[in-house]
Design a protein around this ligand. Structure first.
Ligand SMILES: Nc1ncnc2c1ncn2[C@@H]1O[C@H](COP(=O)(O)OP(=O)(O)O)[C@@H](O)[C@H]1O
Ligand SMILES: [Mg+2]
Length: 236
């Protein structure tokens, strides 16, 4: 089973949107797919309830912490034959909960919205993730995607420099598009919608798919350059 964690401490950065579109892609390609939702708001599980019966199924696992421990462990169950597990993280996860999610992950994808506040909060989050997240192996891959990018929008330059220092890839820019809102309402994703409506959205999402797809022409994992934290300041 391959596990992808979609996480950022900031709410509204696009975690659920990216999670559901990744899961929808794998399901549409006949992979046995599950979503594990750690967010008590349950947005990914709500998306699954909207999903058409004719679409390929996606298993729902609820890992939100509001319930009793025993029940939680049952609700977190993921079928043994699952090939692709996508984890949707809540905003503000830290400490033990952050480590629980991170320990499961082969891939950690961090969506970031293009405001200065979001970019700075994300840089802080990445530091926390790499220093205290308990990433279990150098083989765990970490990458960032920009989300809700408008054409007029400047600048990820400070973030991109920060990522270069850490040797973390910046995969793609996902635009601000009504198609993602439509997909969210209908329990579907851009890879399951009519291609003529979503050609641009698929193209911009594809680098995420290529990064996650085993056997696709992936870059080799690069070691994380954690020592540079102390020397680098955002905006410097
Ligand atoms: N690329 C996008 N284009 C348009 N709307 C988006 C996009 N990404 C997210 N949204 C919308 O922004 C809101 C927050 O996104 P969401 O994925 O729920 O973020 P998070 O899970 O990080 O809180 C949702 O209403 C979602 O539909
Ligand atoms: Mg969410």
């Amino acid at each position: 089973m391959q596990t992808t964690l979609v996480i950022n401490s900031k709410g509204g950065s696009g975690k659920t949107t990216i999670t559901t579109n990744i899961a929808s892609y794998f399901a549409s390609r006949n992979h046995k797919t599950a979503i594990m939702d750690y967010d008590p708001q349950g947005s990914s599980l709500h998306w699954l309830k909207m999903r058409s019966n004719s679409a390929n199924p996606i298993h729902a696992a609820n890992a939100a912490t509001q319930k009793g421990r025993l029940i939680r462990s049952l609700q977190m169950y993921v079928p043994e034959n699952t090939e692709q597990l996508v984890i949707d993280a809540p905003a503000g996860a830290e400490g033990v909960l952050l480590q629980e999610m991170v320990r499961k992950a082969d891939f950690i994808l961090i969506p970031v919205a293009p405001s200065n506040i979001d970019v700075h909060a994300t840089a802080d989050f990445i530091k926390d993730l790499l220093l205290k997240g308990g990433i279990r192996s150098q083989a765990t891959k970490v990458a960032v995607v920009a989300n809700r990018v408008r054409r007029s929008m400047p600048v990820y330059e400070p973030l991109e420099r920060f990522l270069r220092v850490l040797s973390l890839p910046f995969l793609t820019r996902i635009s601000d598009s009504d198609q993602y809102i439509l997909a969210a309402e209908q329990g579907t994703g851009v890879f399951e919608m009519d291609e003529t409506d979503v050609a641009a959205e698929r193209k911009e999402f594809e680098p995420i798919i290529n990064w996650l797809n085993p056997g696709a022409d992936q870059q080799p994992a690069r070691p994380l350059n954690v020592v540079n934290f102390g020397r680098f300041r955002m905006g410097a």
